[in-house]
Design a protein around this ligand. Structure first.
Ligand SMILES: NC(=O)c1ccc[n+]([C@@H]2O[C@H](COP(=O)([O-])OP(=O)(O)OC[C@H]3O[C@@H](n4cnc5c(N)ncnc54)[C@H](OP(=O)(O)O)[C@@H]3O)[C@@H](O)[C@H]2O)c1
Length: 183
């Protein structure tokens, strides 16, 4: 039986940077600093609703200016207030369904298009990779190996790389790819 949902899932884009072994983090931090990649993240997320896990939020050294951040956590908003990235544009969300409700709410409030960005870490990527509204994945794959303890999962079936561009910072090379769902 074909069931038609009475609404469209808000559209989401996932953004991630990983090394040769799909490593994304070490001891709660990103193991590299690539200034152009940071700028790229800023540009993509500027003015957008950004979803991240509590551990990733905890790792940020300051608030993400001009972005609305929804932090997935089983704790309440008060628990986030001691973190350096906390400001008035931060909300806490305790489940996938509540997050979608928050997205609708924020989109309505800010009169924005139905789009949000999934910004990690590993636990969050894992849960959102199968989200029906996910329509684009932007990856930065660094051609180097780091000491890592957190990984980006393999993409599920049905994704294809559309466009890859090679970038360099000093001797460090990295490839940026846009993945979309095969139709
Ligand atoms: N390279 C990259 O592009 C990139 C991007 C982002 C992050 N990172 C790195 O990734 C690492 C962090 O990843 P991680 O997997 O350890 O942690 P994470 O995904 O950032 O956060 C995990 C936390 O999110 C909350 N959470 C997860 N699923 C939930 C759900 N369904 N409902 C409610 N809350 C939920 C829980 O918070 P509570 O414990 O508070 O309940 C959980 O402890 C760091 O090293 C970070 O630097 C790398």
């Amino acid at each position: 039986m074909n069931i038609r949902l009475p609404f469209q899932f808000p559209a989401a884009t996932l953004i991630v940077a990983y090394d040769k072994n799909r490593g994304i983090g070490y001891q709660g931090q990103i193991p590299w600093y690539i200034s152009e990649d940071m700028r790229f993240f800023r540009n993509i997320t500027d003015g957008q609703l950004v979803v991240m896990g509590r551990k990733t939020f905890q790792s940020l050294s300051k608030p993400l200016k001009n972005r609305y951040v929804v932090v997935m956590t089983k704790q309440n908003l008060c628990a986030l207030q001691s973190y350096p990235a906390y400001d008035n544009n931060v909300a806490a969300c305790s489940s996938y369904i509540k997050l979608l409700a928050t997205c609708f709410d924020v989109m309505y409030k800010f009169n924005k298009t139905t789009n949000f960005i999934i910004a990690g870490g590993a636990e969050i990527y894992k849960q959102w990779l199968t989200y029906p509204g996910l329509y684009a994945i932007l990856t930065t794959e660094i051609e180097a190996e780091y000491c890592v303890d957190t990984f980006f999962p393999q993409l599920p079936e049905g994704w294809t790389g559309l466009d890859t561009t090679l970038h360099c910072q000093g001797n460090l090379k990295y490839n940026r790819t846009l993945y979309v769902k095969k139709i």
